[in-house]
Design a protein around this ligand. Structure first.
Ligand SMILES: [Zn+2]
Length: 232
């Protein structure tokens, strides 16, 4: 596409679903049969830390067992080849973008394979269990929690995201309903920066009206085709 140098890509549940990872479903408020307020809120963690640690221990195992799909691979190829600015902002907590080879990835909702120490604020790559209260490798306190942005908490690195949107020539939303703020506002930010906007999604979303173009279908088909267009 002509005149495009800076690209911001937002990815959501739809791209990980094709790798077998299930996420929170807004329609019934459940995530793997748990009420979202029980497993994805600071209040839920205070009430029953063991339930929450068990839940994310299981998510961590699922992430490790999952494999990137052709949509992740195509985005990694674009990241490697694209000489302009590019930022993949993901709502997903898995590391499938990185394992496919992408480098310019920002996890706005945290990461399953990261633990956050509430005593010293350090973050550590974590692939095992947090259930038994292991000591923080930095300070030794047993104060590690999943490094996940829960409901009522501020998504990570919003300043960087908005700065990238302000410079964007193209904003692409992949596999996300566009229904949840602040991500739902990204397309509006991109448009006010005069970026072109493209939605790739399984079905038309609540945010579809904001996009210049919407393409409907599975990410594993739409994303490789779009990347092919971009790289010519
Ligand atoms: Zn610590």
């Amino acid at each position: 596409m002509d005149g495009i140098r800076n690209i911001v890509i937002l990815t959501g549940a739809g791209i990980s679903a094709e790798s077998g990872l299930r996420t929170f479903r807004a329609d019934d408020g459940l995530w793997e049969d748990h009420r979202v307020e029980d497993v994805a809120s600071p209040q839920g963690f205070r009430r029953d830390p063991e339930l929450v640690q068990r839940f994310y221990d299981a998510r961590r195992e699922n992430v490790i067992a999952a494999q990137p799909n052709p949509a992740h691979a195509a985005l990694a190829r674009l990241d490697e080849a694209w000489e302009g600015e590019l930022l993949i902002v993901t709502q997903n907590i898995d590391d499938l973008h990185e394992r496919a080879g992408a480098r310019r990835v920002l996890h706005m909702h945290g990461e399953a394979l990261s633990a956050w120490c509430l005593a010293c604020d350090a973050r550590h790559r974590w692939t095992g269990t947090l259930l038994e209260g292991p000591p923080c490798p930095a300070c030794g306190e047993a104060a590690l929690r999943p490094d996940i942005v829960w409901f009522g908490e501020m998504p990570y690195r919003m300043d960087e995201i908005f700065a990238a949107l302000a410079r964007a020539d193209l904003f692409v939303s992949i596999g996300t309903s566009g229904a949840v703020y602040p991500a739902a506002g990204f397309v509006q930010q991109a448009k006010s920066a005069r970026a072109r906007t493209l939605e790739l999604n399984l079905e038309r979303s609540q945010g579809s009206a904001w996009f210049d173009e919407t393409r409907l279908g599975p990410a594993s088909e739409l994303v490789p085709a779009w990347v092919e267009e971009m790289l010519g």
